[in-house]
Design a protein around this ligand. Sequence first.
Ligand SMILES: [Zn+2]
Length: 387
Amino acid sequence: MALLCASQLFAQNNQPMTIVIDPGHGGYDPGAVATLNGKQYRECDIALSIALKAGSMIEKNMPQVKVIYTRNSDKHLSTNKTRDLQARVDIANKADAGLFLSIHCNAAKATSASGAVTLIMGESSAKRIQQNADVIEDAYRDDLVDMSDAATAAAVRAYIKTVQFTLLQNSSTFANLLQKYHKNAVGHGNRRSLVYGQPLWVLCYTQMPGVLTEIGFMSNKHDLQIMATEDGQQKIAKAIYDGFCEYYKIYFGGEPQPIEEPEQVEVKTDVKAEEPKSQPAESEAPQQEVAKEEEATDVGYTIQLCASKTKIATNSSEFKSYRGRVREFVTDGTFCYKYCTGIFASKEEADNSLKEVRKLFKNAYVVGFDGNKLVSHSVVAGKLKTK
Ligand SMILES: [Zn+2]
């Protein structure tokens, strides 16, 4: 299969980043086990094989990306489950990775359950916890942070609100991209939600965007047939690679265009109503020129620090040294509150400031704005050209 998107990436920008790939389980812990045509398959082996395949595609086609595995053989990191999970977290944090990807297989009592799902950090609803207790029988539930302990739960909730809030949009984008490509591999089966939050240990304590992707169900014949074969594994690895490529392009190599959001969206609060767009001909009177210059500050580039599900006061300490110097944009989507800093007349100026901003907000990136709306770089470039 041709790997085309890599060449498109290099033309843009060569920002280095590290991805940590974590094949679930291993060693004493096989994860879910299932039999197909008289042969036994283990989740730990499937996860490892797919992780190595996806990782080598990245290494081969994206030399600016460093791949680190939490394990590259059949081994555990500790015989204590919590310490094993924390050891995986430590590898990612120590490497100062830009992205964490854990690969697992699902299992359920109901053999009809099928399809890929991708989990991001979040708190499960009570309904979801019950569903998990009913359907999931592998060691999967051991991977969750124990939220029944009040002190742990409070700490985790505070953590979700602070550290993870800058990372969740990236995690969510990556999760949705993986699911987009999983559709061509194992498929979505009968999954109702394709991406949802779970307080998973490896996602809670890693200090970077991350997801845990469950590529399919060991307990489902259709899924296992794909996951167990060389061809199927290649397809799944390619899906992961394609999802990562697109993610990289959004955040490191090109124009940020998160897939789950439309390019132009209305702002619902505060900022003044949009002025009617007048497009005077070049030869018009100087009076028009003045008017246009005033408008000019309303088109340009800005740096998005973070996105949030809930509104944050612009003078909140969450914005660190940018508190009070933050502008809010409201868009569609789950993470509808976007917080940006700076106004730049050119992409180059914005890129220069981005280096500084990233010291505090690692996942910040340059976005275009037109009045109250966040727009793509090309829209801004077009508008500035006609000035
Ligand atoms: Zn697992």
